[in-house]
Design a protein around this ligand. Structure first.
Ligand SMILES: C[S@@+](CC[C@H](N)C(=O)[O-])C[C@H]1O[C@@H](n2cnc3c(N)ncnc32)[C@H](O)[C@@H]1O
Length: 487
């Protein structure tokens, strides 16, 4: 249209018309320019949209491909890991099965040998019915002391009814008549709620203990022997129900038993150590028993005529503040030479009696109160309850927080160490706050995180020898509190 107008103008159409044409020209040019621009804009937009869509599609495809590759890699890794774990579990199970088979074989051989030697029938006497041996006696609880034990052993009851009952019975008990009388009478005297026997053998002494508990009308015996899986349950099945109800037999070694007992928060009043008599095993049994013994509890160690149990008692008494021997077997020096007959409190026994303190004693040797599971990974301090009337010194402490991931070797350990002056100023409860609370974010990284905490204490008394006495083991303070110092 614009070109037509131009051409008309050039051909000399009248001036008015020409003027009109000239006036309309810029508008026409602008309109054409606008139309052109709009067309270009539209084209550019279309191109841009097309490009963007193409890029988006490409990026999406790449992302999908990457994600699939990663998923595949993770799946492969998980498969490999699972295979490795399954392999490890299978080989552990195979080892375990082989060990069990070997143990069963040895036990069966044991039985066969005993049967072949015609010992078995005479060894396991017929079980007597349930009956009172000391009806009407031992009404009150009596503490175990040298005087009370001696008085009982010389009493008419002991020398009459108890002696008559346990002389030659039960034949499968490895103890002498005197030892059976002593153990029966002690349980009647101190009336323990929980007794442990390490080393069941043929459950002969277990029966003596069970009869005393039945007469007390309270208390239970845990008896432990890793080699009795076949014989012990069948022996116990022949017992009268009243006695059986007083006994739990555990087919495991003492280490497994004490570990489980710790986990289950069991506590004992009396422990009879009569398992493996090697020094290392006997000392372990003593230490582990002491840790789970109620304040003032009693440990009886058999076979102290042998080097292992006797040395274990001596090491134990040397290292455990507050523990005392009833009698002088382990605490007296070898006046007549290392292999002289031991001077036991009760004749014709190998018994040493070790009595725990009424309080938890903390001495100069650092002592741990064991790892305790906690739910939340945060420890702000610990609490102790002081028991003794008079003391002064410095309490050194170390508190640990550990985080584990089950099935991996991943572990994190945090510690806080400090010391505090303590003196008997009437304060009974001490809340000791750590300089900085221990806490960890381990749980954000590992889904199956497990946390434990442990308190270690050592006491430096001003007078050089009085141990710090606590009414019970320290407890962890999970609550937030003032930082630093004691409150
Ligand atoms: C001397 S006998 C026990 C006698 C029994 N207490 C009695 O008076 O008739 C020792 C027993 O300890 C067991 N024993 C060996 N090692 C042990 C351990 N690590 N833990 C528990 N018992 C163990 C043996 O299988 C054996 O039956």
């Amino acid at each position: 249209m614009t070109n037509v107008l131009k051409r008309l103008a050039l051909k000399g159409i009248n001036a008015a018309g020409y003027t009109l044409l000239r006036a309309g020209e810029p508008e026409a040019i602008r309109a054409e320019a606008v139309a052109n621009a709009e067309e270009r804009v539209a084209r550019i937009r279309e191109e841009a949209v097309a490009n963007a869509e193409e890029r988006v599609e490409r990026i999406r495809q790449e992302a999908v491909a990457n994600a699939e590759e990663r998923v595949e890699r993770i799946r492969k890794e998980a498969d490999e890991d699972a295979e490795m774990r399954i392999g490890a579990i299978r080989s552990e199970a195979e080892d375990d099965a082989a060990r069990r088979a070997e143990r069963n074989r040895t036990e069966t051989d044991d039985h066969v040998q005993v049967r072949d030697a015609s010992l078995y029938p005479s060894m396991v006497s017929d079980i007597r019915p349930i009956e009172h041996i000391t009806r009407g006696c031992f009404q009150d609880r009596t503490e175990a002391t040298e005087a009370s034990i001696t008085e009982y052993m010389e009493s008419e009851i002991a020398l009459g009814r108890v002696f008559n009952y346990f002389s030659e019975y039960p034949t499968q008990s490895m103890l002498s008549t005197n030892a059976r009388m002593a153990i029966f009478g002690l349980i009647r005297m101190i009336k323990p709620a929980t007794v442990v026997e390490i080393g069941t053998y043929y459950a002969g002494t277990s029966e003596v203990i069970a009869r005393a508990l039945w007469e007390n009308r309270s208390g239970v015996l845990h008896t432990v022997d890793p080699y009795g899986a076949r014989r012990c349950p069948s022996i116990l099945r022949k017992w009268p129900k009243e006695l059986r109800d007083r006994v739990r037999y555990w087919s495991e070694n003492s280490a497994a038993f004490f570990e489980r007992a710790t986990r289950d928060h069991l506590q004992f009043d009396m422990v009879f150590v009569d398992g493996n008599h090697d020094f290392e095993f006997a000392l372990f049994d003593l230490m582990a028993a002491a840790r789970l013994l109620r304040p003032g509890g009693l440990i009886i160690v058999d076979n102290c005529e042998q080097a292992g149990p006797l040395s274990a008692c001596r090491s134990f008494l040397r290292d455990m503040p507050g523990w005392e021997e009833i009698g002088r077997l382990a605490s007296s020096p070898d006046a007549d030479g290392p292999f002289a007959a031991p001077s036991t409190l009760i004749a014709d026994t190998g018994f040493a009696f070790l009595k725990g303190p009424d309080m938890v004693h903390v001495g100069e040797r650092p002592v741990s109160f064991g790892q305790v599971r906690i739910e939340r990974p945060k420890v702000t301090g610990f609490q102790i309850k002081l028991g003794a009337e008079s003391f002064a010194g410095t309490l050194h402490y170390r508190v640990l927080l550990r985080a584990f991931e089950y099935g991996t070797s991943v572990i994190e350990e945090l510690k806080s160490t400090g010391a505090v002056r303590l003196a008997s100023d009437g304060q009974r409860v001490v809340n000791q706050w750590l300089a900085e609370p221990l806490r960890t974010d381990f749980g954000y990284l590992y889904a199956n995180a497990v946390y434990t905490t442990e308190v270690e204490l050592a006491w430096t008394p001003d007078d050089g020898n009085t141990p710090l006495q606590l009414t019970k083991n320290p407890v962890i303070l999970p609550l937030a509190g003032p930082v630093g110092g004691s409150a």
